[in-house]
Design a protein around this ligand. Structure first.
Ligand code: NAP
Length: 292
């Protein structure tokens, strides 16, 4: 059986096409969606993500502004900027790029962003709504994965979904989306983490295996069931002196060998990563609509 490669591009394009119509409708009412992005310090991956977010906004006609603060920024200064952006009516979405430097308490910042402007979907109010199955701003990466599964018509209801990783931004919201009694979900969910004994016994049971651990190529073919769907969230920079940049991007799944066993698999890059930004655009447009 031929393996289906789940590229993010056509799915992200479909999301953006739908947004164009919604943005036109907002424009007719004199509203231009706006996103404020805060970048603290010089984390190279964060700089790349922030640039992509601004580019994506530009392509859709969403107003975007990036606020850059130095690495040594103190909590008080960042708090003050978030408050200012909360109050700025040009911005319907406010996003503080994670991770933040050590001296900053990330939780305090996430809690400070107005839930109605929390387009990352990380605020406890929005996470609470997600758990309760209420409409909310969904965290972008898990929401993007749901969109991908729907686009490629991969059945979820009644399936066993195994998630490796329990972070607040990927693993936990992913699990909560998957078990909801709703269309496109309704799965049975298992979550693995560093406390899981003999992880292979769980991953091998997965109809859909979602990996968000941040460990390059940790999932090998023997850990995957024949015919499974594998979603690789990992984006890892692996040193590679043969390349101009000095590194290559690797997922959490050993793609070449795992692919042979799966019915469908996402590539890295070119898979889930493209969805995250598309869903951020969607949340920003929703925030503009909700503010009216
Ligand atoms: P994170 O906060 O570091 O969480 C990693 C999770 O994986 C933790 O729950 C950890 O368990 C678990 N884990 C780590 N090593 C493990 C192992 N050997 N066995 C079992 N579980 C293990 O990471 P994250 O923010 O969720 O990100 C995960 C990966 O996804 C990273 O590569 C990141 O770059 C990527 N990512 C990609 C996108 C995208 O748009 N494509 C978006 C977000 C993240 P414990 O809880 O026990 O420590």
């Amino acid at each position: 059986m031929e393996t289906l490669i789940l590229y993010g591009k056509p799915v992200a394009e479909r999301v953006r096409d739908r947004l164009k119509q919604r943005i036109r409708e907002l424009e007719q009412r004199g509203i231009r969606p706006g996103l404020a992005v805060v970048l603290v310090g010089e984390n190279p991956a964060s700089k790349v993500y922030v640039r992509s977010k601004a580019r994506s906004c530009g392509e859709l006609g969403i107003l975007s502004e990036t606020f850059r603060l130095p690495e040594h920024t103190e909590q008080k200064a960042l708090n003050a900027l978030v408050e200012k952006l909360n109050a700025d009516s040009r911005f319907h979405g406010v996003l503080v790029q994670l991770p933040l430097p050590q001296q900053i308490d990330e939780k305090q910042i996430i809690h400070r962003i107005l839930p109605l402007k929390d387009v990352d979907g990380f605020h406890p109010v929005n996470i609470g709504r997600l758990v309760l199955g209420e409409e909310t701003y969904l965290p972008c990466t898990p929401a993007g994965i749901m969109e991908m599964l729907s686009y490629y018509r991969i059945p979820v209801s009644g399936k066993h979904v195994v998630i490796v990783g329990r972070s607040n931004i990927v693993g936990k919201p992913m699990a909560n989306l998957m078990y909801q009694k709703s269309e496109g979900a309704n799965a049975t969910v298992t979550i693995c983490h560093t406390g899981t004994d003999n992880m292979k016994q769980y991953t091998r049971q997965a109809d859909i295996l979602i990996v968000a651990a941040g460990v390059p190529e940790m999932i090998t073919a023997e850990m995957v069931k024949e015919g499974a769907t594998v979603i690789d969230v990992g984006v890892n920079r692996v040193p590679d002196p043969g390349r101009k940049k000095g590194y290559r991007l690797a997922g959490d799944v050993a793609f070449d060998t795992v692919k042979e066993k799966t019915a469908a698999i996402t590539p890295v890059p070119g898979g889930v990563g493209l969805m995250t930004i598309a869903m951020l655009m969607q949340n920003t447009v929703k925030a503009a609509e909700d503010h009216v």
